[in-house]
Design a protein around this ligand. Structure first.
Ligand code: GLA
Length: 392
């Protein structure tokens, strides 16, 4: 964390003129495989990463929640608890407003409080900075409510909390995301990847803590936003394809069914391409879990490349910078696999590598990227980290 917990607490005190009563945190994520499957009721396999949003909080005196962020100095937000909670300015705080509104709608009695955030999850970098902000907000507001009225100690399940945070993103930030990012920010475990069935909400923790493995995260620094339109267009094409196939969601289709529909002229063009990706990707998640459980990293790596190619060619959400990282990684010794991660259109790629040559591999990729684009891509290594928690 660039900003330490102590720095955050000092900044809180300097800003609000009182000491923080508690500190909570929620991580960002990368998805190992299972991209653009969550809103098709499919499976995903993300890990929480060692980047996080931390929130210091204290119960206040009035009927308001004051949100401040070290990442947005001078852009303070205030939510009046005596009125309906609506979207407003500044933009970053809409995630927080949405979470407050959702917790209230769920029955939590919100208490006036002050909350200050600091984060080292790059904003718009495809590592779920927004989900980590939403979940950190929820953790802080729940802690403040419990401090005021212990009997209000929240009875919200992880699934309900993920849905509240997702709804905040839909309704207050205009980003029609799926359920993956919020779920992993809540449910992540050290040394585990989360296999999530996005239809039922069922989860399985899959070991991902082999000390001989390192996951590199390479940031193209090409910014994307889920509210930009490309994401919603993909989602709508998937829903259109499911309707043509007469299935509730693409989760319920399979390869042969799609090819039959294509041969019959029922499914064509972009909808056909999107459906091929989603159905293939859901299959790859199952195979990837088997490969991981067997310690067969070369097989896992091949599935990563398959996922990337499908996202690039059929789903059309990659970009030159992401493709370049994958192509730089592929021939390098010690690399098992690489792919873009997250929504795409920029953001980050992940590279699964052997631990010993990890630093040299990162250097090869960053240098190759620089010779192509005139700047290095920042690369960091991460392990699977803990989901949201109370720090103190
Ligand atoms: C974004 C969304 C997720 C998911 C991914 C693509 O990160 O927030 O819900 O759809 O894109 O897998």
């Amino acid at each position: 964390m660039n900003t330490s917990i102590d720095q955050l607490k000092s900044a809180f005190e300097a800003s609000f003129g009182r000491k923080a009563a508690g500190v909570v945190r929620a991580p960002g994520r990368v998805n190992l495989i299972g991209e653009h499957t969550d809103y098709n009721d499919g499976f995903v396999l993300p890990i929480a990463i060692e980047r996080q949003t931390v929130a210091a909080w204290s119960v206040g005196e009035g009927e308001a929640i004051r949100f401040r962020s070290a990442q947005a100095p001078g852009e303070d937000a205030e939510v009046d608890l005596s009125a309906d909670i609506q979207p407003g300015g500044p933009k970053w705080a809409n995630y927080c407003r949405g979470v407050a509104a959702g917790l209230r709608a769920h029955g939590l009695v919100l208490t006036g409080c002050d909350v200050m955030f600091a984060s080292d999850v790059p904003i718009g970098g495809g590592l779920s900075s927004s989900a980590s902000l939403e979940v950190a907000t929820a953790m802080a507001l729940i802690a403040a409510a419990a401090a005021t009225a212990p009997e209000s100690r929240s009875k919200i399940t992880p699934r309900e909390l993920a849905l509240i945070c997702q709804k905040a993103e839909h309704d207050f930030a205009g980003a029609p995301c799926g359920i993956m990012d919020q779920s992993i920010a809540i449910l992540g475990q050290p040394g585990r990847a989360l296999l999530l069935d996005c239809r039922s909400g069922e989860t399985r923790q899959i070991p991902f803590g082999d000390p001989n493995l390192v996951l590199l995260v390479a940031d193209t620094e090409v910014k994307h936003a889920i509210s930009d339109g490309g994401y919603a267009a993909r989602r709508d094409q998937c829903y259109g394809a499911a309707a043509r196939l007469a299935v509730p969601a693409l989760r319920d289709a399979d390869g042969p069914r799609i090819e039959q529909a294509a041969a019959a002229g029922l499914l064509a063009g972009k909808e056909l391409m999107r459906a091929r990706h989603v159905v293939g990707e859901i299959e790859r998640v199952g195979q990837a879990v088997e490969a991981l459980s067997a310690g067969d990293y070369p097989a896992f790596g091949r599935l990563m490349y398959g996922s990337h190619e499908s996202l690039r060619d059929d789903y059309e959400v990659s970009c030159d910078e992401l493709d370049a990282i994958v192509e730089l990684a592929r021939p390098t010794g010690g690399v098992y696999g690489a792919r873009m991660t997250g929504g795409g259109f920029g953001g980050c790629a992940i590279v699964l590598v052997q631990a010993d040559p990890a630093a040299a591999i990162a250097e090869t990729i960053a240098a190759g990227f620089a010779s192509r684009f005139g700047r290095r891509c920042p690369i960091f290594a991460t392990r699977a980290a803990q989901g949201a928690s109370v720090v103190e």
